[in-house]
Design a binder for this molecule. Structure first.
Ligand code: HXC
Length: 515
């Protein structure tokens, strides 16, 4: 028996070295951790249980029969994060460049199936040269089996992707189908076709970073949600993200104990809105001042920064935050912001995470760029997401809420549960300037030299009558006008009250969100 145990241990040792010591050294020299080291950093110490460590590929072409690395380039299994079960796969670049074979895909599919049955998140750590070139169609089949499972798991269990090296070709579609993608700055990239193909087809000169590095995907394309300077911080961010989300779609996120009192008053908020309505302030301050212990995990901070999204807690309850940012483009809703917000609200709705919305929005962005870019279709996405969401929805209007943007931003009419406004809120069909120009065009023209006086007078009249929260409160569209310093208390109480909220949509196969 001892001999057999020794033989087993030897096989396991061999498998744990992946592509071998030389390739590991080469990998480390690039400033990268191995697949196993990443898993160790991700999971609670000693919690990892591995499957299929000795699985081998079945390829017979190109002399592959004699080239075997037990485990075949991907480490899979389960473990815990802060005591919570998660499933994980980690691609091993030291084995055939982390390329995906038929058996490699089978290993990933095995844990994806288990994760759905057992209702726990899947975290994929990607570092791969794509399809195993020696295999061909089996590899494509393997990818597609994974994609199918990504889609079936969507909205059932949370799925998170970390990108630690190359992720190219069709391989990018698995991360793209997951809920969150986190990249390592300067050392990871995602693209459908690499720089050489780009040069041939479009004659553009571009390097991997400029084509699909973290700097592009977190600012321009919106493909990635977060990026960090090194692997340790990237993995830490994934752990933090997991803390805000539940195990699956049938449960809620466990509350986190906090010593931050729910009734904490925040006098700074009474003075945060500038006297001049055209001046900006930082909505992130409002979020941090009101949230438990000032903690806010922002998602996509550098993409469509006019709309803030992220996670925070109130009285220990994990919530999704959606907020207009007056500091960027005056907080206007444009194409990118609408898409960003819509996807996030839908994520929260899938996983029973209440949404707290802070509104200060002058409207939708006008102009040909936006109209030709499909602001009608894209704005409708955000509207659709809020309208179909049955999670608790608490909305605080801090200042402006005009026109279509009023309707969209979690208004009462989209089944907003609790809608509060600060006394300085301006809730109206449009701003005073635009309204005056349309309503009093004839009077202004007839006033000749006195046109500007008439305009000022009419604007003041309109502002007095409509740029306030009272018209909305009179109709019950705003549930209460609250003092800013009591915002945290009112949010905490609202979330407590809504804890057991039940709401449903009519039975249907699925809706037809304007994609
Ligand atoms: C088999 C691969 C491989 C692949 C790399 N290797 N990619 N083996 N299939 N796709 C092997 C190399 O032969 C090498 O083996 C080892 O991995 C490390 O590769 P290097 O090239 O030495 O590393 P590096 O210089 O860091 O370059 C990494 C790379 C490059 C940029 C990823 O290897 C590369 O361009 N690979 C091919 C990428 C590709 O075209 N993939 C197919 C895309 S099509 P040794 O033995 O020397 O260590 C696709 C379709 C998917 O993926 C569709 C899904 C629907």
């Amino acid at each position: 028996m001892d001999d057999k145990i020794k033989a087993l241990m030897s096989k396991r040792r061999e498998a744990s070295l992946g592509g071998g010591e030389e390739r590991i050294a080469k990998h480390h020299a690039k400033g990268r951790f191995t697949a196993r080291e990443r898993i160790q950093m991700l999971l609670d110490e000693g919690s990892f249980e591995e499957f299929d460590m000795l699985k081998e590929h079945r390829c017979q072409h190109f002399g592959m029969a004699s080239k075997q690395f037990p485990g075949d380039g991907v480490v899979v299994g389960y473990g815990t994060i802060e005591g919570r079960l998660v499933y994980v796969f980690s691609q091993d670049f030291t084995v055939f460049g982390g390329s995906l074979s038929e058996t490699f895909a089978e290993k990933i599919c095995k844990i994806m199936d288990m994760a759905v049955k057992n209702g726990a998140p899947v975290i994929g750590l990607n570092d791969s040269g794509g399809a195993r070139i020696q295999e061909g169609i089996e590899s494509l089949a393997g990818y597609t089996e994974i994609f199918q499972r990504n889609v079936m798991s969507s909205g059932v269990i949370p799925q998170i992707s970390g990108i630690f090296g190359p992720c190219a070709g069709g391989a990018v579609y698995s991360p793209a189908l997951t809920d969150f993608t986190v990249m390592v700055e300067k050392n990871s990239y995602m693209f459908l076709t690499g720089p050489k193909v780009v040069k041939t087809v479009t004659h553009e000169d571009v390097d991997v970073e400029g084509l699909g590095g973290a700097s592009i995907h977190t600012t321009k394309s919106g493909v990635a949600h977060l990026a960090y300077p090194n692997e340790e911080e990237t993995i830490q961010a994934i752990r933090e993200l997991v803390s805000y989300i539940p195990q699956n779609n049938l449960v809620t996120t466990q509350k986190k104990e906090t010593s931050d009192p729910a009734d904490r008053e925040i006098p700074e908020l009474n003075a945060i809105i500038p006297e001049n309505p055209n001046h900006a302030y930082d909505m992130k301050e409002v979020i941090k001042l009101t949230a438990d212990d000032g903690e806010f995990m922002e998602i996509q901070p550098d993409y469509a920064a006019n709309l803030i999204i992220g996670f925070a807690r109130y009285g220990g309850t994990s919530v999704g935050i959606v907020a207009n940012q007056p500091q960027v483009l005056a907080g206007v809703l444009d194409n990118d912001a609408s898409i960003k917000g819509a996807r996030f609200v839908r994520f929260c709705d899938c996983f029973n995470i209440p949404v707290v919305t802070f509104v200060d929005v002058p409207g939708f962005m006008p102009g040909t760029v936006q109209e030709h870019g499909g602001i009608i279709r894209n704005g409708a996405k955000l509207l659709y997401a809020y309208a179909e969401a049955t999670i608790p929805k608490v909305t605080i209007t801090t200042r402006k809420s005009y026109g279509g943007a009023y309707c969209v931003m979690s208004s009462k009419h989209l089944r907003g549960d609790i809608n509060y406004a600060w006394p300085c809120a301006e809730i109206a069909v449009m701003g005073a300037k635009g309204a005056t120009e349309i309503l009093y065009a004839r009077e202004i023209k007839a006033a000749g030299d006195k046109a500007s006086e008439v305009t000022t007078e009419k604007e003041a009249e309109y502002t007095e009558k409509f740029a306030n929260p009272y018209e909305a409160a009179k109709r019950g569209y705003i549930d209460d006008i609250i003092r800013p310093l009591r915002t945290r208390l009112r949010i905490c109480k609202a979330l407590d009250m809504l804890e057991n909220k039940q709401d449903a949509n009519p039975p249907k196969k699925h809706g037809n969100i304007p994609l």
